[in-house]
Design a protein around this ligand. Sequence first.
Ligand code: HPA
Length: 239
Amino acid sequence: MLGIISGSAMLPAIGRDIERSAGTPWGAPSSPVWRTRLAGGEVLELARHGEGRSLAPHRINYRANVHALVEAGATALVALHTTGGIDAALAPGDLLVPDQLIDYTWGRETSYAAADAVVHVAFDVPFDAALRARLLTAAREAGCRCHAQGVYGCTQGPRLETVAEIDRMARDGCSVVGMTAMPEAVLARELEIPYASLCLVVNPAAGRGEIDPADMSRIAAASGDQLALLLARCLRGFE
Ligand code: HPA
């Protein structure tokens, strides 16, 4: 079953039943895992920032979240991320399915491996190619404006970036900036679960245009229907 990690943008569901609300060996996940009904079927959904949006990006227990979804039966994970657009082609309201990422975070738990074990998981291609292709097909069918390639730069937050930081990220090749794809993506890789990111651009990144927090929330809230439509298409034929 497809697992969805929803972010600041949540899915407008027809219904939600709790599939699993227990803790994990890694502590408590941000929310219960819900069995969420969309028009096109069912997904397992977990709210990354908690039910009341109370968890900042650096306080999220990413290990517990990914583990809880897998325990509940998720066989692939689509992660929704709200982001700032660095590349001028990425305007607020646009979607992106990134194919690469750069990790600027620090101090987060990035592995399930025991403290005395050395694990070097392959991560040259951080997002699952087949799941990305499925998302892109679904976006086309759903009539969404969705960019097919880009680099997600993951910052520590919770503050937004300075202009100089975004200029550096642009030189590094980042297309968008967000705060939550890491370590989520690498934890899914350690558990050998396909993981792909669906980014919604909610603001121009620092120095790239006016940032209005009210606009960010408005765009995240307004995008729910299109994300649900896209994911409903994505579900077709998914085991
Ligand atoms: N920076 C980092 N994370 C974000 C942004 C941003 O501009 N917008 C939404 N998430």
